[in-house]
Ligand binder design. Structure first.
Ligand SMILES: [Zn+2]
Ligand SMILES: [Zn+2]
Length: 434
């Protein structure tokens, strides 16, 4: 109430009326903090390697506006650099606040746990569009009042009011999710740099594959480049990668099973036998990208735009992923009447179906925009994967970014363009062996 009075003398009376009318609800202030954070056992910071230490020192030495590009390959330990830099800033001033941006909502829970474990006594607020309105406003208030020392969020969090902001971290700075494409258009990454400049504080842009803009600024000396070349842990070795040319497989007369090659099927078999997980990445959702007529060459083109209608078999619909047009699946060719029209190519649904037929004993999960339409379903599925309830995970880019799947020891990635049609990595870098 005191805060409301500060804003406007009449505010407390007005608020009381609104409470009486049931329009607003009074909440205890302490609910604002850590309302969604899982309880965590405190963790100890691992030792840094030389390049990490140099990066942390450089960030720590910045006394005013200082933009950094933290350029490090996957597995080089960028997150540890962020956490150490945050620890420095937070320890220096009892009020200091740190803002950390990540590109995707589904990256927040894991990072949230990691931050909460590292800073068990510091209140953490989380801001992203997946929160219910009330929860989001509580988190926002915690940031605004300076109670939350760390704010973790997606692009919207760059707008968070933080009175004692002392450091901004933008992870995966190249990610296009930082751009708001509709309504108020902005780039959260660029806004982060602008905010840091106004506040005269350091800002760290981290990436393994920096954007052209950021790279250019670093080359020009406008941003300071911090490079991590080493991998953080010796055992997190580079994955062994194998390229399988499906045309070559066909020439050798090795049968493909629904586009899945023999070496891939054997590799999955071995993982199932050992109780390990396999991840199949295909950036094409739906069952098949097009429906085709064998006799006249008709293809399921979208009548409204230049794309093809994608077959979604479980829902028995054709959908244009471009303009959103939907129609039922025709029973015969609309041009020549041929009953024998067939799906051409494959999407995640078809791969899932093929895997279920080939590995009937395996627990298979498909994670894409179609299977995760329901709120919370993506998180539930990821939880299952982390808990070892899934043997084979099939998915689009949703499964490719940022997850630390500890039990995954095989990754297959399908690329539509020759010559490489499928790549297998055994013991990929994203799974540091335990
Ligand atoms: Zn036809
Ligand atoms: Zn269309």
């Amino acid at each position: 109430m005191a805060e409301a009075r500060e804003l406007c003398a009449a505010a407390p009376a007005r608020l009381a009326e609104w409470v009486a009318a049931g329009w607003v609800e009074a909440l205890a202030a302490d609910r604002t903090l850590l309302a969604t954070a899982p309880s965590q056992a405190p963790s100890v910071a691992p030792p840094l390697h030389e390049e990490q230490r140099a990066a942390v020192e450089a960030i720590g030495a910045a006394a005013s506006f200082a933009p950094f590009l933290l350029h490090g390959v996957t597995g080089s330990g960028k997150t540890e650099v962020y956490l150490h830099a945050m620890a420095q800033v937070l320890a220096r001033d009892a009020h200091a606040q740190v803002l950390m941006l990540v590109p995707e909502i589904n990256l927040t829970p894991q990072l949230q746990s990691r931050i909460a474990a590292r800073f068990p006594h510091l209140p953490l607020a989380v801001l992203h569009s997946g929160l219910a309105d009330q929860e989001r406003s509580l988190q926002w208030l915690a940031a605004h009042r300076g109670e939350a020392r760390i704010v973790l969020g997606t692009r919207m969090a760059v707008m968070a009011s933080m009175p004692h902001l002392a450091l901004i971290v933008v992870d995966e700075e190249h990610d296009t999710s930082y751009k708001q494409q509709e309504g108020l258009r902005y780039s959260a990454r660029d806004l982060a740099v602008w905010r840091a400049k106004r506040l005269a504080i350091p800002v760290v842009l981290g990436s393994a594959t920096p954007s052209m803009e950021t790279w250019w600024r670093a080359e020009q000396g406008a941003y300071r480049k911090l490079v991590l070349r080493e991998r953080a842990q010796a055992e997190a070795a580079l994955p062994s990668v194998r390229l399988i040319d499906l045309n070559h497989e066909r020439q050798r007369q090795r049968a493909l099973f629904e586009g899945l090659s023999v070496p891939l099927l054997e590799a999955i078999d071995a993982r199932l036998a050992r109780g390990e997980q396999s991840l199949l990445f295909l950036n094409r959702r739906g069952y098949a990208p097009v429906l085709a007529c064998d006799s006249c060459g008709w293809l399921s083109g979208c009548p409204r735009c230049s794309a093809y209608l994608v077959l979604h078999r479980p829902e028995r619909r054709l959908r244009c992923h471009h303009c959103g047009l939907e129609s039922p699946v025709p029973h015969h060719c609309p041009d020549c009447g041929n009953m024998d029209i067939a799906p051409l190519g494959r999407g995640t649904q078809r791969i899932e179906e093929a895997l279920a037929a080939r590995f009937p004993q395996a627990r298979i999960a498909r994670i894409d925009a179609d299977s995760t339409r329901r709120k919370g379903s993506a998180q539930a599925m990821f939880d299952d994967v982390h808990a070892g309830e899934v043997d084979i995970l099939v998915g689009t880019q949703m499964v490719a970014k940022g997850h630390d799947f500890q039990r995954v020891t095989l990754v297959a990635s399908f690329t539509p363009t020759p010559p490489c049609s499928a790549t297998i990595s055994a013991r990929p870098s994203i799974c540091s062996p335990r």
